[in-house]
Design a protein around this ligand. Structure first.
Ligand SMILES: [Zn+2]
Length: 141
């Protein structure tokens, strides 16, 4: 399988590694949104969060907490966006589960962008309740 993140784990591709343990690896993004933009990945290949063993995901989030604190200090900012994309439809670019940690400063030009006017179009309660029931049924499955 051709996977750039597995290549970084095996050290066959270069990366500016900032953290490593038996389970996960963190490195700086070569295309940073902001300075200090980091990526945290499990060492064992899994395509997305759904495929990641829960214990690995739990550990990875604990590492993300440490990385967030460290990059805020290094980048001199007080905010970080963590992003997980699951699947092509969610714009996941590398199909190896990853968590982005992007340092944020006020007016840095980056952020979540929502469709225009979405705040003016609340969904009807009945429709929302039907969807909630469908999700609850899937949680039981
Ligand atoms: Zn991989």
């Amino acid at each position: 399988m051709n996977c750039i993140f597995c290549d970084i784990v095996s050290k066959t591709s270069p990366a500016s590694i900032i953290y490593e343990d038996d389970t996960c690896l963190a490195f700086l993004d070569i295309y940073p949104v902001n300075e200090g933009h980091a990526i945290v990945i499990p060492k064992h290949h899994c395509s997305d969060l759904q495929e990641c063993p829960p214990q690995t995901a739990q550990h990875l989030i604990a590492v993300v907490q440490k990385i967030n604190a460290a990059i805020m200090k290094a980048a001199g900012c007080n905010g970080v966006i963590n992003e997980i994309r699951n699947g092509l439809e969610a714009d996941q670019e590398i199909m190896h589960f990853n968590v982005h940690a992007v340092p944020r400063k006020l007016n840095d030009g980056f952020g979540w962008f929502f469709p225009p006017g979405y705040r003016e179009r609340p969904i009807e309660r009945e429709k929302l309740d039907r969807l909630a029931e469908a999700v609850r049924q899937n949680l039981k499955a």
